[in-house]
Ligand binder design. Structure first.
Ligand code: ZN
Length: 256
């Protein structure tokens, strides 16, 4: 029975991934997510339902559009698979519980925002603000004392946003350039809203470390200079996930 439910969750995730492709492509362009129906970005031909089956259609079509035979970006099946795996992973870890909803929404929001940041260098408010508010709502279901909730999640989200804003202001004074985008303020707000205040500094630490390593590699390979902009959202997302995996052990080591 468990295996059937897990498979159903995975398939639902794949379908949701297919819809996520629409979100990732259209929201940064300011387009409606409902109209017009899915079409090939190269020839405009409408995509038939049987050509819109996650992953399977891509393989059946040999990665090409049925009408214009132009290649379809590998990004589409990759997004579908990633979202499917995010659904499956959270189901395997938490079953159907508050933590399932919490970590699923958290990872999914970070995934969407990282995708738009990598592809278009934007972190759309239309995704980040609802994601942040949903995080604060979901954590209400933890039945913790209201004072603890406010300190952990409300002040957590606010302090995450303030810290990034301060880094932007100070960075602008010292280096006379944008070190982070304003969208990163919301990414850090989301991390505070879902994970709580203790995750802000570890996330910034790992995010800055990953971003710096990536920047140095790009500079050494002469793909970037010191003045190049790199999308920072994905590094914050990776920093948050790394903190999630490591912080419980660090707390244990410190005897907390
Ligand atoms: Zn086409």
């Amino acid at each position: 029975m468990f295996i059937f439910i897990a498979t159903a969750v995975f398939i639902f995730g794949l379908l949701f991934g297919s819809f996520s492709n629409v979100l990732i492509y259209r929201i940064p362009r300011g387009e409606s997510i409902v109209f017009p129906p899915s079409h090939c970005p190269k020839c405009g031909a409408r995509i038939k339902p049987y050509d819109n089956i996650p992953i399977i259609s891509y393989i059946m079509l040999g990665g090409r559009c049925r009408s214009c035979h132009q290649p379809i970006s590998i990004r589409y099946p990759l997004v579908e698979l990633s979202v499917g795996l995010i659904f499956l992973l959270n189901f395997l870890l938490f079953g159907f519980s508050v933590n399932f909803a919490r970590f699923l929404l958290f990872m999914y929001s970070l995934f969407l925002l990282s995708a738009t940041d990598i592809l278009y260098m934007v972190i759309p408010d239309k995704i980040s603000i609802p994601a942040l508010i949903l995080g604060l709502i979901i954590n209400l279901f933890h039945h913790m004392p209201i004072k603890l909730y406010i300190i952990n999640f409300i002040i957590g989200a606010a302090s995450g946003m303030i810290v990034v804003w301060l880094i932007m202001v100070i960075g602008k004074i010292i280096w006379k350039k944008e070190v982070m985008g304003s969208g990163d303020i919301f990414v850090m707000g989301i991390i505070g809203a879902y994970l709580g205040i203790y995750y802000i500094l570890p996330t910034l630490f790992w995010g800055a470390l990953f971003g710096a390593v990536y920047g140095i590699v790009l500079i050494l390979r002469k793909k970037a200079s010191r003045d190049s902009m790199i999308p920072f959202g994905p590094f914050l997302a990776a920093g948050a996930i790394t903190s999630l995996l490591t912080l419980p052990f660090i707390f244990k080591l410190l005897g907390l």
